[in-house]
Design a protein around this ligand. Structure first.
Ligand code: 9MR
Length: 445
């Protein structure tokens, strides 16, 4: 073939298509959608009842529809159990895996975005009250030697639970099994575009290693392995990374910056006294807000977005309304996503009572307006009585509108240097040409 013909042929081949922009990415402290808008995730954990066999709860399509349309939520932290997925070493329960995939699809069909949490409390199912790690992952002698304390989280310090964590953090082989389980699940979830990410391990416990040392070394390398394994199946899956549970006790995180990108820092926000069953003292509101501000600083220092993977309280305990209002304020000031713990039916944290009726005291603070997609840099948001306020700096290179999600109800909206239109369960905000800053006020009638 002549050189001229070859040149002609080469110049006729169209240039390769640029790879599609990732559906979601992280930039400048926020998850960003394909249009470049900041995305704030607000939703609930589904659910605490996934901890025990059959590792699933009652949720059906109308539950997810209710989350989206009645409560205005846009996301779910969906709990998965490694014990359910790999009950026997190297043998996956694909009936369970397929049911997880089917239920995640129910949620995404209802318009929710889902990230999956590999949950554990107190190591695993070998300990009474524990969940998460399969029984085969630790020496039976530890389970036999366990004597539980009624305040569940104090059991982390028991010698057998600590021994199992120590063995887990020492064993790259065992960690590799968790990595492989993640790969197995991610492969099945990957076909669903509404599945946006993964939370590798709930509230990791440090055992006898200092928490910040564990975070900087072993936990970070486990996270790197899981990120790599999951992203084989979905290159843009977001990694919702938790510090150890010591963060709940106010200890700054030792997690490093992850060069991989697409990182969402996903710690939990609880008041220590309320978690012990003492109720919430409203005098502790500012402390809670300050703690979430520290979480925002930790996310910023690592180039990550911030989503509080859990916040919540027991509806019957004193101060619950003030507590959940403080959590809303804290998330708004830190410009953080937040996932309520949890959407289940019970007398404790559940959004529904045991008879299935919603608990008004919780929903009053949980189901509120929030800025869902922001064409620019989000400022803080707040709710004072019936009035929601939000300010942002518009970015005119982003063409899609800013959207404020609303729960069911009647709302009106006003806007400074912008227009705001209430329609279809949301407020659409468009900045006026040249606006430096836009302030939106939404009022519940
Ligand atoms: O609300 C849950 C409670 O009913 C259980 O006894 C306990 C132990 O499994 O877990 C509680 O849920 C916690 C979650 O698993 C981890 N973060 C804190 C949650 C509230 O305490």
């Amino acid at each position: 073939m002549s050189r001229l013909l070859l040149l002609l042929l080469v110049s006729c081949v169209p240039p390769p298509e640029p790879p599609p922009a990732p559906a979601f990415s992280v930039a400048r402290g926020f998850i960003r959608d394909r249009e470049g808008r900041a995305l704030i995730l607000r939703g609930a954990n589904v659910s605490g009842h996934h901890k025990q066999p059959p590792y699933l709860d009652f949720h059906a399509a109308d539950d997810f529809a209710r989350m989206r349309t009645e409560w205005g939520m846009n996301s779910v932290r969906f709990l998965v159990s490694w014990a359910g997925l790999e009950p026997v070493r190297d043998t996956y329960d694909d009936v369970y895996a397929d049911e997880v995939v089917r239920r995640v699809k129910l949620a995404t069909d209802a318009g929710l975005l889902v990230f999956v949490d590999m949950h554990q409390d107190l190591y695993g199912v070998g300990f009474a009250g524990g969940n998460g790690m399969p029984r085969w992952t630790c020496d039976e002698a530890n389970y036999a030697n366990y004597r539980p304390n009624p305040l569940w989280f104090l059991n982390y310090t028991s010698a057998p639970v600590t021994a199992c964590f120590d063995a887990f953090w020492k064993s790259r082989d065992l960690q590799g099994k968790l990595v492989a389980a993640w790969s197995h699940l991610a492969e099945r979830l990957a076909g669903n575009p509404g599945w946006i990410g993964f939370d590798p391990l709930n509230e990791p416990y440090w055992g006898s290693i200092p928490p910040d040392v564990l975070e900087a070394n072993r936990l970070a390398s486990l996270y790197r392995d899981i990120i790599a394994a999951v992203r084989v199946h979905r290159a843009d899956a977001l990694a919702f990374l938790e510090p150890t549970g010591s963060r709940n006790l106010g200890v700054p995180t030792g997690l490093p910056t992850f060069a991989e990108g697409g990182i969402v820092y996903a710690p939990h926000s609880y008041d220590g006294d309320a978690e012990q069953g003492l109720g919430f003292d409203p005098a502790r509101r500012q402390l809670l807000i300050d703690e979430v501000a520290e979480l925002r600083a930790e996310a910023d220092a690592r180039g990550a977005a911030l989503v509080l993977g859990e916040y919540g309280g027991m509806a019957a305990n004193p101060g619950i309304g003030e507590y959940m209002d403080a959590e809303y304020a804290a998330a708004g000031q830190a410009r953080a996503g937040a996932m309520y713990w949890d959407y289940s039916k019970n007398d404790g944290y559940g959004l529904l009572a045991a008879d299935g009726s919603p608990k008004p005291v919780l929903l009053a603070a949980v189901a509120r307006p929030y800025p869902e997609r922001i064409a620019g840099e989000p400022g803080a948001w707040s709710m004072d009585g019936a009035t929601f306020r939000f300010t942002f700096t518009p970015d005119f290179t982003v063409k899609a509108p800013t959207l404020i999600a609303l729960p069911a109800g009647t709302f009106t909206a006003t806007c400074e240097t912008c227009t705001a239109t209430v329609q279809g369960g949301q407020v659409e905000v468009v900045a006026a040409a040249g606006a430096q800053s836009c302030s939106v006020t939404v009022t519940r009638e």
